[in-house]
Design a protein around this ligand. Structure first.
Ligand SMILES: Nc1ncnc2c1ncn2[C@@H]1O[C@H](COP(=O)(O)OP(=O)(O)O)[C@@H](O)[C@H]1O
Ligand SMILES: [Mg+2]
Length: 257
């Protein structure tokens, strides 16, 4: 089943076409990677899907309905969650608290309940806490739950970000360079984590530079270059695609450290 479909979407910034008439879809339970050189339009494409930008043209359908002018928080509520290229954890919060923030969109208590400390709010908080603790357990993060998130090793912080995205109970998770800045071991752990969340029933779209990770994990790969989708297919076919090699792989541009 098609969970998301982008039809001819573009984004123009002033004179620059960052994303140019891109058609794209992802089926439920797939892992799809979006690759391309720096500046190709990958993050902008994510921003179009998640409502941070409105497409200059084209449309996005998610779970069978057009997103139109939906705001990011509304799209999260519909079931799309994301992580950012630069880690965005709250610096004064513990791991558990950071993950609980992700559940916020599923919360029914109003701010007044919170202020008045009504029983309903207390129950809601207990429920959220137990859902989030279960997610931490699933991602092997329980040992860190009371630590200040930003004090942890970078690789763990990347896992915490994914835990927070999972906490909004999404159907589709978008990961923007989840392995950026990770060492070889941490990349292997990230690969395991992404497989694990897919096996739990999530659909995963990721932007990633590490070819080994991309080729080992993806059901399908789409390639952007100067805002255009220049190729799409199974990892083995993408590796051999001449346009892809010329635009990207051939340059040896991999920050494969
Ligand atoms: N908010 C913005 N305003 C103007 N130009 C932007 C903005 N966001 C991205 N761009 C430009 O759009 C192009 C694509 O950027 P981006 O989507 O971040 O690429 P990628 O994630 O593939 O590296 C780049 O040339 C970038 O400078
Ligand atoms: Mg980017």
């Amino acid at each position: 089943m098609k969970i998301l479909e982008a039809s001819g979407i573009s984004k123009v910034f002033g004179g620059l076409t960052a994303v140019n008439k891109v058609d794209f879809h992802i089926d439920e339970h797939e892992i799809v990677s979006l690759i391309g050189p720096n500046g190709a339009g990958k993050t902008t494409f994510f921003n179009l899907l998640t409502g941070i930008y409105e497409p200059t043209e084209g449309r996005v359908d998610f779970l069978g309905a057009e997103l139109k002018k939906s705001k990011p928080f509304e799209i999260t509520k519909l079931g799309m969650a994301r992580t950012f290229q630069n880690i965005r954890l709250f610096s004064s919060m513990t791991v558990l608290e950071n993950v609980m923030v992700g559940q916020h969109c599923r919360t029914s208590s109003s701010i007044f309940d919170a202020l008045l400390h009504l029983k309903r709010h207390k129950n809601e908080e207990l429920r959220i806490r137990s859902v989030c603790e279960e997610i931490l357990e699933f991602l092997d993060l329980t040992q860190y739950k009371d630590e200040i998130a930003v004090s942890l090793p970078y690789g763990i912080q990347r896992h915490v970000e994914i835990a927070r995205a999972m906490a909004s109970s999404p159907r589709l998770i978008l990961l923007d360079e989840p392995a950026a800045g990770l060492n070889t071991n941490e990349k292997v752990e990230m690969t395991t984590l992404i497989r694990k969340i897919r096996d739990r029933g999530f659909t995963v779209l990721l932007i990633e530079h590490d070819m080994k990770l991309v080729m080992g994990i993806s059901d399908r790969v789409a390639v952007l270059d100067y805002g255009n989708k220049i190729a799409e297919g199974k990892p083995e076919a993408i590796m051999k695609d001449e346009r892809v090699i010329a635009a990207y792989l051939g340059k040896g541009a991999e920050p494969d450290a």
